[in-house]
Write a protein that binds this ligand. Structure first.
Ligand code: PGA
Length: 257
């Protein structure tokens, strides 16, 4: 399987800055045929970056969209309006769940909408610090998988990616902690087991599972060597050129492309 690296730029960089930064990344990329490099810029930058990337093997992801295709939804952008610009879309990111109160129902509808338009949803799941403390990690992961995937058939599942992002390890939280590879490994096993229970072994063995949460060039290698981890979802470090390029280099070394 390829290695997936997603740079989630969140609400950073205007159009010009996005374009210059992407140009700098492209200049430094070498031999990355086994890498699926995915950039999630602001919605505003998707069109110019899509033009800039024409025929380059770097993909774009939407950070957000509305599940309806069109209509009277002031301020929203539909996934059908993003068709042709993005190959992937983040769904269920914890910042959307907690800051913008997205529910499992919203997430389920967004997952289904992305798949309807042949765009791969990257379904983000992960427990909070309290859920972990109270021993609710497995239930939370199961509920979020069920919540996000309940309208997804086993045929459609082959287009889905899962990102495990423990909320307490994300750098935007007030007291981020680094997840140990052991903690990550345990939950990756839970995710694989739950997916298997939902869809069976053969439909799920090739589903990419990414890890995200304060990933940086120093810890990237340890996460990428965890069995069952196929890539990384990187926030803060994806905004710093040297760090992002270093993470790509680490991935290249660890997965020996
Ligand atoms: P971080 O963000 O790498 O800054 O922790 C990851 C994410 O929120 O996707």
């Amino acid at each position: 399987m390829k290695t997936y690296l997603v740079g989630n730029w969140k609400m950073n960089f205007n159009i010009g800055e996005s374009s210059v930064y992407l140009h700098q990344i492209l200049k430094q990329l070498r031999n990355f045929s086994d890498l699926e490099l995915i950039i999630a810029p602001s919605t505003l930058a998707l069109q110019p970056l899509a033009l800039q990337l024409s025929r380059r093997r770097v993909r774009l992801a939407a950070q957000n969209f509305y599940f309806k295709d069109f209509g009277a939804y002031t301020g929203e952008t539909s996934i059908s309006q993003l068709r042709g610009l993005v190959d992937y879309a983040l769904v269920g990111h914890s910042e959307r769940r907690f800051l913008f109160k997205e529910t499992d129902k919203d997430i389920r509808q967004k997952t289904a909408a992305a798949l309807r338009h042949n765009i791969s949803p990257i379904l983000c799941i992960g427990e909070t610090a309290d859920q972990r403390t109270f021993g609710e990690t497995t239930d939370t992961i199961r509920d979020q998988l069920l919540g996000g995937l309940s309208d997804v058939s086993s045929e459609q599942l082959s287009k889905v990616l899962i990102a495990y992002e423990p909320v307490w390890a994300i750098s935007s939280t007030s007291t981020p902690k680094i997840a140990t590879p052991e903690q990550v490994s345990e939950v990756i096993e839970i995710i694989r087991k739950e997916l298997k229970a939902l869809y069976g072994a053969s439909a799920t063995k090739n589903i990419p599972i990414l890890f995200g949460g304060s990933v940086n060039p120093v810890n990237a290698g340890a996460y990428l060597t965890i069995p069952g981890v196929n890539g990384l979802l990187v926030g803060g470090s994806s905004l710093i050129l040297d760090q992002f390029i270093d993470i790509i280099e680490v991935a290249k070394r660890v997965h020996s492309w």
